[in-house]
Design a protein around this ligand. Structure first.
Ligand code: EPU
Length: 425
């Protein structure tokens, strides 16, 4: 698979400039397409996914699919995955370590082949990220697990539908259980399921393949097992990336101006739209996307991250950046990944006044940030630092920009196209 980024590393240099104006097209959602790719393992034949973002995480998932024995081909924004019965039921450590979402092949491989060996993902910059709920959900369907040499080995001759309640609405655990249950015997009911829109996308894709899933997007998902799936008859268009859209909304909030986010769906980010409205932005949904407008300094607001439909943890770095220069003080509470405040040190280097205490942050808005060399520690934090640079004096240089490439297609070019003073170095 080829990509325009390849192994590009480097930094992004950004300076404040004129207000942003124009239009950006929002790409397909990273956190949907990675699961759609994993779901292809459930049926032999050629699958086509459309609106696939050109980002490193898709490349890594492509490498994982290739390692498993799937033929992967990209043609523009379309991805074809050719699956045959002859696959290796294994996800090696080198790939799982690079991308945690690799764990999503566990459910499909197990359901289709009765066995899977997947390396255990480690922790990351957000803190520990266990997979216990993935395993207990799959156990409820009859899978057994052994840990060996850093791998989870999963077995099940025939998965059997069951009623289960997740301890917490984990996105990944909900998806792994749904993908396993589609080929289980009988009916599975997942209670306390995650309600993120990406789960609805996965269910629509699987239903196109012949699965019988209802209730996806609610906290109770019902799956009636079928004996076999086949590739969807049409190219399935991935839903728009809500986090990319949120990042561009924050860019407008920081730099001012008016930008149309073509393809973005306000109904899938209602809580964010409300928060940004409270902070003084005008955000209008239209049939074609979202139009965002910011004219003056934003006002502070308090916010807490929560599972959907609450405010997504992935929006938080960009929101913290806006609070850093908003008028007043905002309290931000992180309820999903308790370790997700690491980039705060970078914002402080730019003059932000932020105090953290456990999973809370107190952000006192300053008039202006000051440009500085900073470092991206993860995808969202990296993008948020670029946004911070749009409202800072002088030059901000965001090192380790390859983190941003993992989840944002042409980030620099898209920002530049609406007038931002930004360049890759
Ligand atoms: N958790 C457990 N045990 C489990 C699974 C999760 O304790 O078995 C905990 C996690 O440690 C975390 C919480 O539950 O504290 C939520 O995790 P969840 O499983 O919901 O998240 P995920 O599936 O690992 C996805 C996105 C993340 C996004 C979260 C929350 C993908 C590939 N990743 O992760 O996106 O932050 O949901 O919405 O879909 C990103 O795109 O930058 C990103 C990190």
């Amino acid at each position: 698979m080829s990509s325009s980024f390849g192994a590009a590393q480097g930094a992004i240099e950004v300076r404040a400039g004129a207000p942003l104006r124009g239009e950006v097209a929002i790409a397909g959602a990273k956190n949907s397409v990675l699961k759609l790719m994993a779901a292809c393992l459930l049926a032999d034949g050629e699958h086509t996914i459309a609106r696939v973002p050109d980002i490193t995480d898709v490349e890594i998932m492509g490498e994982l699919m290739t390692a498993i024995g799937v033929g992967v081909r990209r043609d523009g924004d379309r991805l074809s995955l050719t699956v045959s019965a002859d696959v290796t039921t294994e996800a090696p450590y080198e790939l799982v370590e690079r991308m945690r979402a690799s764990i999503l092949v566990l459910g499909p491989l197990l359901a289709r082949h009765g066995f899977a060996r997947v390396a255990m993902p480690g922790g990351d910059d957000f803190g520990p990220r266990p997979i216990d709920m993935h395993l207990s959900g799959l156990s409820a369907l009859g899978a057994t697990f052994t840990m060996k040499g850093g791998n989870v080995e999963a077995r099940a001759d025939q998965l059997v539908g069951a009623e289960l309640i997740l301890d917490y609405p984990s996105v990944g655990a909900t998806e792994n259980v749904i993908m396993a249950a589609v080929l289980a015997r009988g009916r599975t009911v997942v209670e306390n399921a995650a309600r993120e829109p990406e789960i609805g996308d996965l269910a629509r894709f699987l239903n196109d393949m012949g699965a019988q899933i209802s209730g996806a997007g609610t906290d109770r998902v019902t799956i009636t097992g079928v004996t076999q799936l086949r590739p969807s008859q049409r190219a399935f268009a991935t839903m728009p990336d809500r986090v990319e859209a949120a990042t561009f909304l924050a860019a407008v909030g920081m730099a001012g101006g008016e930008v149309m986010l073509r393809g973005a769906r306000a109904d899938q980010m209602a809580m964010l739209v409300r928060k940004l409205g409270d902070m003084g932005m005008d955000i209008d949904a239209s049939e074609d996307g979202i139009v965002a407008h910011a004219a003056e300094r934003l006002r502070a607001a308090d916010m807490s991250t929560l599972p959907y439909p609450g405010l997504a943890t992935d929006y938080k770095p960009a929101l913290m950046t806006l609070l850093a220069t908003a008028e007043g003080t905002g309290i931000v509470t992180e309820n999903i990944f308790t370790g997700r405040f690491r980039y705060v040190d970078e914002l402080r280097r730019m003059g932000a006044d932020i105090r953290t205490e456990a999973h809370h942050a107190l952000v006192r808005g300053v008039e202006r940030l000051s440009g500085a060399p900073v470092r991206a520690h993860d995808i969202r934090a990296g993008a948020a630092l670029v946004v911070a640079g749009l409202g800072a004096t002088g030059t901000t240089t965001v090192a380790d920009a390859h983190h941003i490439d993992r989840g944002y297609e042409n980030f620099v070019a898209k920002l530049a196209s609406v007038g931002a003073n930004v360049a890759r170095t």
